[in-house]
Design a binder for this molecule. Structure first.
Ligand code: NAD
Length: 418
């Protein structure tokens, strides 16, 4: 178990679990159970490369907890993937799914590979062999993978096909994040960004404000940031700044996000966008706006810039954008930080909808998906905010507290904690 628990992310996640566990007086047996995953699967994946060599890639799937339902979580392809990181991420999925009230447990997986160095043919072979190695452990009722860093809807389509070949009939419910044509859900692509905006609306409301006319700065214009910007703009927010890896753009009266999206579709990057001022990426984080939504990278708000952060509300669209030290500093200034586990939960909520639709073979219109997503995000925000008011804990610990209470109840009912 040592290699599983020795990574920094695992140790940090354990610390959060223990701190939140103390606050809710978490049952001792439940705490001990949650500290380790139920099962960790390590495989070696041989791939016949285009030049005829066979290369072996390490792959993992860690199934953390299934007290609430089947295991669920992403699969990433990245050169830094290791067992301990995957295990920590699987634990975070257990907490996220519990917080959002989903009937799902937590899992995560990955292959140590730089996907940009493989041809499409090699990636397909890697995915099919990895799926085959995992097939005794995954399935619509057992464990349902989804895309993550370095994987996409095509990866999920290959997984679905391989799993279905082995079981003898089509099994669309084995993965989520698939293309619509083979059982994917409407609204999956924009789900995380929409979730960011729904919790932003709620956060503003607690301070007597509406999203209409509120000023926002959004870091990152990818799957999360772009859809958050589009939705916020559609609802009447003044999105004054957005950024990507090539820089940031700013307009004091609010950017026309429809026009920015058109520019991105044609040019791929924000650099050179003509109808706004260019500002430094760091400057975006320090703007005096109602809401700052970091939706790109982890650790971008840290002890070096925290003194210059002015936004009274920060919505963590990315995973871990505000460091622990910076969070402590911001709490002292009464800054509201909506934690990632809540703010970027929209993606897994719509993944859950996709799984449900595949089970009943009844597919919903995008409006229905959005409405149901909004209901869950609003409800989750309210539950966390009520806990925060009652217990006086910050929103990050409150989100963990809500999540652990639900898990503890399920574990007690199952006889896993007494
Ligand atoms: P993405 O690759 O689609 O987009 C990332 C964006 O960030 C791009 O626009 C990129 O140009 C920009 N970026 C990179 N470096 C930057 C920098 N230094 N300054 C400003 N912008 C920069 O990724 P994504 O899926 O949008 O994920 C973003 C974050 O959200 C990650 O932390 C991810 O783990 C998290 N997240 C994503 C989802 C999802 O459904 N996609 C769900 C939960 C959490």
């Amino acid at each position: 178990m040592k290699s599983l628990t020795e990574g920094a992310l695992y140790r940090n996640t354990l610390r959060t679990l223990e701190t939140a566990g103390e606050i809710i007086n978490l049952n001792r047996n439940a705490l001990e159970r949650l500290k380790l995953p139920r099962r960790a699967i390590a495989v070696s994946v041989p791939v016949k490369m285009d030049d005829g060599r066979v290369q072996i890639f390490p792959g993992y799937r860690v199934q953390h907890n299934q007290a609430l339902g089947p295991f669920k979580g992403g699969l990433r392809y990245h050169q830094s993937v290791n067992l301990s990181e995957v295990a920590a991420l699987s634990m975070l999925m257990t907490f996220k799914n519990s917080l959002l009230g989903l009937p799902l447990g937590g899992a995560k997986g990955g292959v140590t590979v730089n996907p940009n160095q493989l041809s499409t043919n090699e990636l397909e072979h890697l995915t099919r062999r990895f799926t085959s190695e995992l097939s005794p452990f995954i399935g619509p009722d057992e464990d349902i993978p989804a895309p993550d860093v370095g994987t996409d809807s095509q990866t999920m389509a290959w997984m679905l096909d391989t799993y279905s070949m082995e079981s003898g009939f089509s099994q669309t419910g084995v993965v989520t994040g698939k293309p619509i044509e083979i059982g994917g859900s409407q609204g999956r692509e924009c789900a995380t960004g929409l979730g960011v905006v729904y919790v932003t609306e709620k956060a503003l409301a607690t301070r007597g404000k509406k999203i209409q006319g509120a000023t926002m700065a959004i870091q990152g214009f990818g799957k999360v940031g772009m859809h958050a910007a589009i939705e916020a703009f559609a609802l009447g927010a003044k999105v004054v700044a957005v950024s990507d890896v090539t820089g940031a753009i700013y307009h004091p009266e609010g950017l026309n996000i429809t026009d920015v999206k058109k520019y991105i579709d044609e040019n791929k990057v924000l650099k050179g966008y003509p109808n706004a001022q260019t500002i430094d990426g760091e400057e975006l984080l320090e703007l005096d706006v109602d809401v700052l939504a970091p939706c790109a990278l982890d650790g971008v708000i840290n002890s070096t810039n925290v003194d210059r952060i002015k936004a009274p509300i920060i919505v963590e669209g990315a995973n871990g954008p505000v460091t622990v030290n910076a969070s402590d500093e911001l709490y002292k200034r009464n800054t509201m930080i909506i934690p990632d586990i809540l703010a970027n939960g929209g993606g897994v909520v719509v993944s859950y909808f996709e799984w449900v639709q595949d089970i009943v073979w009844l597919f919903w219109h995008e409006d229905e998906v959005r409405q149901k997503l909004k209901t869950i995000m609003y409800r989750s925000f309210d539950t966390v905010f009520d806990f925060h008011k009652e217990m006086g804990t910050n929103l990050r610990l409150s989100a963990m507290g809500v999540s652990l209470k639900r898990l503890e109840k399920a574990m007690k009912l199952r006889g896993q904690a007494w």
